[in-house]
Write a protein that binds this ligand. Structure first.
Ligand code: SAH
Ligand code: SF4
Ligand code: F3S
Length: 464
């Protein structure tokens, strides 16, 4: 059974109502702290909707909250350490406040070793639930409140699809929409397939229904989410793939921009590139992680493509979608990555000229094949390479941004600029942040802006 039944979701909503009754007469706040990727942000929106249905006021300050939930990421050790540090810091508060409920969920909590550690060493944590238990959150919290007991809910399985869980989105015109969950790729360094289960696609009609509903509420920008959206539909009976899906979403009135992430180079199709080029709402922006420029390392990473294949995709994309912006993820310091290997990464970055690069130093994830590989490269060498890559990329980003100066772009207005209250801020279709002077621009609408100067991370302009 891949789908959670409607009855089960109804039951959870009913339990949420019972939590509200338990708390009646009290004015309580709840705080959800999110780490990791957009998928996790989207999960947090589900937790927040449940909490809101339970009568909690949502706050961003844990100090004010009586329920604090850490929705965690396990992709690198640093993220995990931060969560454990923050959890530890709450110990004293818990001693003084008997009615404080502390929970941890998400990818870190899904790992049995972590759950065990929290059980024995973080005794002030009341609930631990994994990624496959998210839809059961009302039941978990209810039992903690009602029975005053700790609750652990980690299910070892391939995962479910839970339709019908509400989402509380803070943004009023941009929304994330998950199209699939899980990952089947097992890149040798990566924990995601172990904590998110196997690939499972939502039914296309559910996705379309959700986007139409968002459009009717005034949403303008949709980001379709999946760990590898290119495999969308592989597990469905319906004859549909991701290219077909974006063509359907493209038809929905009211939506101005469609983005998606993430694509895997091994199975990005010509059909998808054509759909991107032909669908006017799909922005000219592609995030296509290459991870390494060295064929030797790509092979050890189990990425199942080589640099030649990657470069040929980029060539095709640039040809079919002129002016497209490109971004990518790259790992520096994979076990035994030599300077020769690393130079291949530098060379690929020079060839492609990405607009933005998300650079990571390899982090050993227990349980993954790469964690067992020998690694003779020192941390100092890895950091030196990492800095060399950053320097190269900063130069390229700046050069690309400079090429925007003097030209006009359509900007989707996001709000008032954080650094200068006299300016508005928004993004081009190519995902560039633009801070611009305007008297008329309104949030969630398009504005036409001429770029007057460039920085490494943003552009400056004025509305015309
Ligand atoms: N599904 C997406 C990304 C998932 S994780 C994809 O395949 O592209 C986001 C990024 O984190 C990855 O692209 C990778 O660059 C990085 N990452 C994953 N595991 C890592 C590890 N063990 N150490 C360092 N970076 C890692
Ligand atoms: Fe991790 Fe690879 Fe799956 Fe991305 S495709 S989530 S890097 S295993
Ligand atoms: Fe992290 Fe889980 Fe996303 S491990 S990157 S939060 S899928």
């Amino acid at each position: 059974m891949k789908h959670v039944s409607i009855n089960e979701i109804e039951k959870q909503k009913e339990i949420a109502y019972r939590v509200k009754e338990l708390n009646s007469g009290l004015s309580l706040s709840a705080c959800v702290i999110t780490y990791g990727c957009q998928q996790n942000e989207n999960d947090s929106e589900k937790l927040k909707a449940y909490l809101s249905a339970m009568g909690y006021l949502l706050t961003d300050s844990p100090e004010d909250a009586k329920v604090i939930i850490f929705n965690t990421c396990a992709v690198r050790e640093g993220a995990e350490d931060r969560v454990l540090g923050n959890l530890g810091a709450l110990k004293h508060r818990k001693l003084k406040e008997d009615d404080l409920v502390i929970g941890i969920c998400g990818c870190m909590a899904q790992q049995e070793e972590v759950a065990k550690k929290i059980k024995s060493k973080f005794r002030h944590v009341d609930m631990v639930f994994g990624t496959h238990s998210l839809h059961r959150f009302p039941e978990i919290l209810y039992s903690v409140l009602k029975n005053r007991e700790r609750k652990f809910d980690i299910v070892n399985c391939d995962g479910f699809i839970a339709e019908g869980v509400e989402q509380l989105r803070e943004d009023k015109f941009r929304a994330w929409v998950s199209v699939m969950y899980g990952c089947n790729n097992f890149c040798s360094y990566c924990i995601v397939p172990y904590v998110r289960g196997r690939e499972r696609s939502r039914a296309p009609e559910k996705i379309i229904e959700e986007v139409k509903d968002l459009a009717s509420k005034g949403y303008k920008e949709i980001t379709l989410l999946g760990q590898n959206v290119n495999s969308y539909g592989n597990d469905l009976d319906a004859d549909i793939d991701f290219a077909d899906l974006i063509r359907e979403v493209n038809k929905i009135d009211g939506i101005l921009r469609i983005k998606f992430m993430t694509s895997h180079p091994k199975d990005i199709s010509d059909k998808l590139i054509d759909a991107m080029a032909e669908c006017e709402k799909v922005v000219p922006y592609l995030h296509l992680p290459f991870q390494s420029g060295s064929n030797r390392i790509l092979d050890k990473m189990n990425r199942r493509y080589n640099r030649e294949k990657y470069l040929s995709i980029i060539e095709k994309v640039k040809e079919k979608i002129p002016g497209i912006a490109l971004s990518s993820d790259v790992i520096v310091g994979f076990p035994n990555e030599t300077y020769e290997d690393f130079k291949e990464t530098l060379n690929l970055v020079e060839k492609v000229r990405f607009d933005t690069l998300f650079t990571f130093i390899y982090s050993k994830r227990p349980g993954t094949p790469a964690a067992e590989m020998e690694d003779g490269i020192t941390d100092a060498e890895k950091h030196k390479n990492f800095n060399e890559l950053l320097e190269l990329q900063n130069k390229i980003s700046r050069e690309i941004n400079d090429s925007y100066v003097g030209k006009e772009y359509e900007i989707l207005v996001e709000g008032i600029s954080k650094n200068n209250p006299d300016m508005m801020t928004g993004r081009t279709g190519t995902n560039k942040i633009v801070n611009f002077a305007s008297k008329t621009a309104s949030v969630g609408e398009l504005a036409r802006v001429k770029i007057t100067s460039a920085q490494t991370w943003a552009l400056i302009g004025e509305e015309i």
